[in-house]
Design a protein around this ligand. Structure first.
Ligand code: GLU
Length: 488
């Protein structure tokens, strides 16, 4: 199957476009087909320099690299590769012009010379009459001679399609099933603009045919334009590809996801430290469900399991909590050595001692259980490389039923217990046994909270025994003494 992503280079890659790209990619890979990128740069006013590079970077980051079309070469330069080049629409203007002329020739399109002022006036009147805004066909009856004369005189014009009002256009959408449209509700869409550039409607029809696209996956917002596209295929004598209109992304209050609800550009998620695997996993579940309770998916599993018939019609809610939960799940999936290697540069930047720390992997493993983003690692490991400063307020804990007055006694007990533990038993298990069998009048939590807080200086950290084990006996006792001194 040949699938495609045709972004308009008007900014960063939108998270919804990444989802579309993912669905395209999964189906292409599933069928050992081709996923290609075409750049729809026909709106010169909205062109943003650097947008193509940024979009390709986002795709590459997610592991959704094109097999054909616009892509990076090995040196990171943007190139076009494949049998259907050029893949930039701005380099294909002659083609669109040729097909627009063919449509005029066949009587399916006409030249329109209406000025912007006239069109604005027309729209105002329609609005006043509460009519749907539609071109009033003012130019449809111009004779061939009139048209030729106006063109020769240099009058600015567009080419519009002539929608047969009596027709009903039906089509089978791969997600929505049969959809029907009445001809009289369809506007005479502009196909070729005054500047000679095509609109999306004509350009994508021409390109999806010439580039042999089998399936067009695009946002639901295009569904109402579908009949125009179906008519164009018909008039040009081409079989249309399959179409699948994916559901909108909605915010939690069920409105169309927008910048106000948080980040919508993929680049922002990259910067925040989300793993590409997480984004892929998350986006796959935005609209698609596997029909099982499985929630964690690798790209390979998605390639195997994804299908359009499990994509819903209703809007898909973008749930940031779910995204963060997935991020946590994926953080735990990384092997401990790889995890350590990923965070080492970040930690070493803050604490140079980490760079030569032989015990780093063991320390990293302690935080892997609770970390969400790699950049939290330096903070979470601070207490290994810097003496903590626990306050009395932190050492005591209302929740654990520890008063400030009890602290000196608690620290005394801890020191007694721990100094008796021989080096060979200085392990999580050995420490646990020692503390549990010497609780005296205290509850376990009353000893463990101050121990952990004294060793790390933090309200949240890995457990007391894990921390003590990695710190070693000498450092542990040293920190206990220091904490004790502030409780007197
Ligand atoms: N250039 C269009 C867009 O970015 C593409 C829509 C499509 O997938 O055909 O919205």
């Amino acid at each position: 199957m040949r699938t495609r992503l045709p972004p308009s280079p008007t900014g960063f890659l939108h998270i919804g476009n990444l989802r579309t790209a993912l669905f395209d990619f999964l189906l292409a890979k599933q069928t050992k087909g081709i996923f290609y990128v075409r750049v729809e740069d026909t709106d010169r006013e909205r062109f943003v320099p650097g947008a193509i590079e940024s979009m390709l970077r986002s795709l590459q980051w997610a592991g959704i690299s094109p097999d054909e079309g616009v892509m990076f070469d090995a040196n990171g330069e943007v190139i076009q590769k494949g049998p259907h080049a050029p893949y930039f629409q701005s380099e294909r203007l002659d083609l669109y012009k040729k097909y627009a002329e063919e449509l005029v020739e066949k009587g399916h399109a006409y030249h329109c010379f209406c000025t912007p002022e006239r069109l604005t006036e027309m729209r105002k009147q329609q609005e006043a009459l509460k009519k749907a805004p539609m071109y009033d066909r003012h130019c449809v009856h111009l004779s061939k001679e009139d048209v030729a004369a106006k063109i020769t005189a240099g009058e600015r014009h567009v080419v519009r399609m002539k929608v047969p009002h009596e027709r009903t256009v039906t089509f089978n959408d791969d997600i929505r099933g049969e959809v029907r449209f009445q001809g009289h509700t369809i506007d005479d869409q502009v196909l070729l603009k005054g500047d000679g550039f095509p609109t999306y409607h004509l350009a994508h029809v021409v390109d999806d045919h010439l580039m042999e696209t089998d399936l067009v996956i695009r946002g639901e917002e295009w569904l109402s334009s579908l009949p125009k596209h179906i008519l164009l295929f018909e008039w040009l004598g081409w079989a249309p590809p399959k179409y699948a209109h994916v559901p909108l992304l909605l915010s939690k209050d069920r409105k169309k996801l927008s910048k106000r609800d948080g980040d919508v550009a993929v680049e922002e998620y990259i910067q925040k430290g989300y793993l590409p695997e997480v984004m892929v996993n998350f986006l796959a579940l935005l609209g698609w469900n596997p029909g099982t309770t499985q929630e964690i998916f690798t790209m390979d599993e998605l390639i195997e399991q994804f299908s359009l018939d499990r994509v819903q019609k209703a809007g898909a809610i973008f749930d940031l909590e779910k995204l963060n939960w997935l991020q946590g799940q994926w953080m735990r999936k990384i092997s401990p050595t790889e995890f350590a290697a990923r965070i080492l540069p970040l930690v070493a930047e803050k604490f140079s001692a980490a760079a030569t720390d032989k015990d780093f992997v063991r320390k990293a493993a302690l935080i892997q259980e609770r970390i969400t983003f790699f950049n939290e690692a330096p903070e979470m490991l601070t207490w290994f490389y810097k003496e903590p400063h626990a306050s009395v307020e932190l050492l005591a804990s209302e929740k654990q039923k520890i008063t400030k007055e009890q602290l000196p006694e608690i620290f005394q007990a801890l020191e007694n217990i721990l100094s008796d533990v021989p080096e060979k038993n200085w392990t999580v298990e050995g420490l646990k046994t020692a503390v549990q069998s010497n609780l005296g009048n205290f509850k376990q939590g009353q000893l463990l909270w101050p121990l952990r807080a004294a060793l790390t200086g933090l309200p949240y950290s890995p457990g007391a025994f894990e921390v003590a084990e990695v710190l070693g006996k000498e450092k542990t006792l040293e920190r206990l003494k220091k904490a004790e001194s502030i409780t007197q």
